[in-house]
Design a protein around this ligand. Structure first.
Ligand SMILES: Cc1cc2nc3c(=O)[nH]c(=O)nc-3n(C[C@H](O)[C@H](O)[C@H](O)COP(=O)(O)O)c2cc1C
Length: 450
């Protein structure tokens, strides 16, 4: 039985019947991504026969909320408590002398495209991309570890380009660059649900060691090993680790790349990483993620925690949904227990202050299922009067991942108060219900399948 990381997850997914296995040859150029996209990236799939390589690829692991909860053994209602506890009370990771990922070591003639099957996803993508890599670095000044998912463009041989949207990491790299020094990095492939979730916590906001947050979240120490050629630690049970340096004063064109919302992100000049060592397990599996919104669920789950806390300051919040359709960052639906007129607007103020990326928010009463789009639409259709219930804040800072933000360099924010009025007027909104509907056993009426 596997202990941690991808192999342990695959075992569990298989036991639960969630893993699909594809034994038909699949081309990593376009075809593999097309299959993942067909299932909206919500279906874990192991591609055993990848054209041009002996190494299988796994994808679609992280796009389904229910599977995510099950793999973390977490109930939907307890998610905020569990994640907040792990951030507030991180637990030490455990350093091992060796682990499966150190079984193979490559230090010479590194040619990434021939070492691993790296998919190309969209027609106009500039190259093939490693889309699921967790990058590990240490702050050169205080030695703190930082990990986060970044995308890496394959430039040929042992060179890749990194897209880094983190102001902190950019500052760290630029300060080293001024001293003509390189930043050591490790890129991890073959991790699991807990580590991905921990990796999505903002370093700028929390400044925590995400390996330790992961250890708290998984309920046991994350097992690490030291890298071979850089002073960094990586998960012992990972599939692949690429070790290298982000060299000073070197940039390469990166992009275009079909990204988060399904649009192409533009070409830009970004730092390059030279890979010096590749470590991998015996019979490794390459981990990928289709570069689209469903795989950002983990990021959205951290945003939900922050949104929930911010609305809580203003109203009696019951639950929040940072929706997949909104890229797990642009749209949110918030449910509250309304006790005073004005609660809906207060909740909107709290919500819109939660993140610069959040663009449109709908606040509903607790009788609305915020994970059911039809139910939310019902609230908007029947409980909103635009002249009173829609708030627009023109020209705020938005997200660079929203193409419409670039037209003016700013983004309008909109909040919709779709809560019903209190008191006598509220009685108009009582939902018609059938007694015992929730308990109906439909098979009883159609014993032969209807
Ligand atoms: C599938 C996936 C791909 C991502 N790709 C990138 C990326 O290419 N560049 C980036 O800066 N952030 C990317 N992110 C977001 C960061 O991983 C995330 O914002 C993280 O919290 C940043 O951590 P930091 O605060 O330590 O920088 C991605 C996230 C996911 C889930």
């Amino acid at each position: 039985m596997e202990r941690q990381m991808l192999r342990a997850s695959l075992e569990k997914l298989e036991q639960k019947g969630y893993l699909m296995v594809c034994n038909v040859p699949v081309d990593p150029k376009f075809e593999l991504g097309a299959v993942l996209k067909y299932f909206k990236n919500e279906q874990p799939i192991l591609f055993n026969k990848v054209k041009g390589s002996k190494i299988p690829i796994v994808g679609g692991l992280f796009g389904n909320r229910q599977i995510y909860y099950e793999m973390l053994q977490m109930e939907h209602q307890e998610r905020f408590q569990r994640i907040a506890d792990a951030i507030a009370r991180p637990k030490p990771a455990r350093l091992l002398k060796g682990g499966p990922v150190t079984e193979n070591l490559i230090t010479r003639n590194i040619d990434l495209p021939s070492l691993m099957p790296i998919p190309t996803f969209h027609e106009k993508d500039s190259s093939s991309f490693i889309t699921a890599g967790i990058m590990v670095v240490k702050d050169p000044e205080n030695g703190k570890r930082y990990i986060s998912v970044r995308r890496f463009q394959i430039n040929g041989g042992n060179k890749i380009s990194a897209l880094i949207a983190s102001p902190m990491l950019t500052r760290q790299f630029e300060s080293l660059e001024k001293q003509d020094k390189a930043l050591e990095v490790a890129i991890v492939l073959g991790y699991d649900y807990s580590l991905l979730l921990a990796s999505q916590i903002s370093s700028e906001t929390y400044g925590v060691d995400k390996y330790e947050v992961d250890s708290a979240l998984r309920g046991e120490p994350l097992e690490l090993v030291k890298c071979h050629s850089v002073d960094l630690e990586v998960p012992a049970h990972a599939e692949f680790v690429l070790e290298g340096v982000m060299s000073p004063h070197q940039r390469e064109w990166e992009g275009p790349f079909g990204e988060l919302m399904g649009y192409y992100g533009p070409r830009g000049s970004h730092p390059i990483i030279e890979i010096k060592t590749v470590m991998h397990r015996n019979n490794p599996i390459f981990q990928t993620t289709f570069p689209c919104r469903e795989e950002h669920l983990s990021n959205g789950m951290i945003r939900e925690l922050e949104l929930y806390s911010d609305v809580k300051r203003m109203a009696d919040v019951r639950d929040v949904n940072v929706t997949i359709g909104g890229g797990c960052r642009f749209h949110a639906v918030v449910s509250i227990h309304k006790t005073a007129e004005g609660d809906g607007k207060s909740a909107l103020i709290g919500a819109l202050s939660s993140s610069k990326d959040l663009k449109h928010v709908v606040v509903v009463d607790e009788d609305i299922d915020i994970f059911d789009r039809d139910d939310v639409e019902l609230a908007v259709a029947t409980r909103v009067q635009a002249s009173r219930d829609v708030i627009i804040i023109p020209g705020a800072l938005g997200s660079g991942l929203d193409p419409s933000h670039h037209i003016r360099g700013v983004t309008d924010k909109m909040g919709m108060d779709a809560t019903k009025p209190l008191g006598e007027e509220g009685l108009r909104f009582q939902r018609a219900r059938i007694p015992q509907y929730e308990n109906i056993d439909i098979k009883k009426y159609f014993p032969h399948g209807g």
